[in-house]
Design a protein around this ligand. Structure first.
Ligand SMILES: NC(=O)c1ccc[n+]([C@@H]2O[C@H](COP(=O)([O-])OP(=O)(O)OC[C@H]3O[C@@H](n4cnc5c(N)ncnc54)[C@H](OP(=O)(O)O)[C@@H]3O)[C@@H](O)[C@H]2O)c1
Length: 344
């Protein structure tokens, strides 16, 4: 069978497609024939050695990339009870975070980072490390869920988002667009930023209430305050990191929440000032994807609300490098997927 591998911290040139041995199925394992995958911003960091400051990245290459994929169970170990041959499943981001609070040990079970990921023909998971995909979902749709969607779900649900509250979303990538779709099903008001008016128009069609072009309006936090009558938003889905954090603090209401998720503006040395967070009594909640319980709860909400992932562009299995390059370009809106051309 074939598997992609990152052979060292040398960028996309380190991404190679290799013939590898079939994985062995243990008593509690399921063997999954992978049908579709999706890319996350994190996947761009892995060929460069992972995120700065994250010590939980597999240190001995090669690393099989990607956390997100879905497929069909084609074999099960003798002790398996959760799945049977023919089931349609997706892997969970942290293979060992099933529920409750995240532990340090569980961080070491992140697919496509701490441990080998899923960009391969067939992958063995412990049966606890998979969920059933939502009813009616294609494998491609299901492959968008494990990282970006669960992250958006955790950020909104930990904040106990209520109808009528306001959420601020930064940019129109995978996490933000899932957050837009979920926030609208909660009955929230959504303000979203983007570098592109065309993308903002698409966000409006998905239900965004207010849009701001952050390139045309670099002090976009002032517009957020205007749009909220000077009060600020209830929850900022903060995917920008150091370069946007102080603006996000300004955008949040007093006693509001900033969900710390991403580093899209890079990881510069100068740290943003925490003073405003303190004086506004903000809750700063670090978000790290989510547990299996969160994934399964999200899938129920997806089914009930008939939410369909927004897939910008799909690449073939042999075109993985082009998919990474497209992600790097930032031209996408929502998710980028990779599929086998021979599957439904
Ligand atoms: N903590 C976690 O568990 C977790 C989970 C998932 C993702 N993340 C992180 O969250 C971030 C987003 O991930 P993703 O997979 O959704 O990324 P993505 O799909 O690659 O999103 C990229 C988009 O972000 C927007 N963007 C870039 N710079 C921006 C800026 N300065 N201000 C506002 N928006 C900006 C752009 O949107 P426009 O083109 O519309 O301008 C760009 O297209 C990444 O840093 C990722 O590492 C963290």
């Amino acid at each position: 069978m074939q598997s992609y591998q990152i052979t060292g911290p040398t960028g996309l040139d380190a991404l190679t497609l290799s013939d590898v041995k079939e994985p062995q199925v243990g008593p509690s394992d399921v063997l999954v024939e992978m049908k579709a995958w999706s890319l996350n911003y994190r996947d761009l960091a892995m060929p460069h050695g992972g995120y700065i400051g994250n010590d939980k990245v597999k240190t001995n290459p090669p690393l099989v990339p990607l956390s997100d994929g879905a497929g069909e169970v084609v074999a099960v170990g003798d002790a398996v009870t959760r799945f049977k041959v023919g089931d349609r499943v997706a892997g969970i981001f942290f293979q060992r975070w099933l529920g409750g609070e995240l532990t340090g040990e569980q961080i070491g079970s992140a697919l496509g980072g701490a441990i080998d990921g899923v960009l391969a023909d067939r992958v063995v998971f412990h049966e606890e490390g998979c969920v059933s995909i939502p009813n009616g979902f294609s494998y491609e749709q299901a492959a968008t869920l494990p990282c970006a969607a669960v992250t958006a779900w955790q950020a909104l649900t930990l904040g106990n988002l209520k109808a009528g509250q306001t959420v601020l979303l930064l940019g129109t990538g995978g996490v933000s667009i899932f957050a837009l779709q979920f926030a609208k099903t909660f009955g929230a008001r959504v303000i979203i930023t983007s570098s592109s008016d065309e993308k903002l128009e698409r966000a409006k069609q998905l239900g965004a209430d207010e849009t701001i072009n952050y390139k045309q309006l670099p002090e976009w936090q002032e517009r957020v305050l205007e749009l909220t009558g000077g009060v600020g938003v209830d929850n900022v889905i903060e995917v920008g990191g150091a370069g946007t954090l102080e603006r996000s603090f300004t955008s949040a209401r007093v006693s509001g929440r900033v969900s710390l998720i991403g580093v899209l503006t890079g990881q510069p040395d100068n740290n943003p000032s925490p003073m405003m967070a303190l004086f506004k009594r903000l809750t700063l909640q670090g978000i790290y994807v989510g547990s299996r319980d969160m994934f399964e709860a999200m899938n129920l909400a997806i089914e009930q609300n008939r939410i369909e992932p927004i897939i910008d562009r799909t690449f073939g299995f042999e075109e993985a490098r082009a998919a990474y390059e497209y992600l790097q370009s930032g031209a996408h809106f929502g998710k980028i997927t990779i599929t086998r051309t021979d599957v439904a």
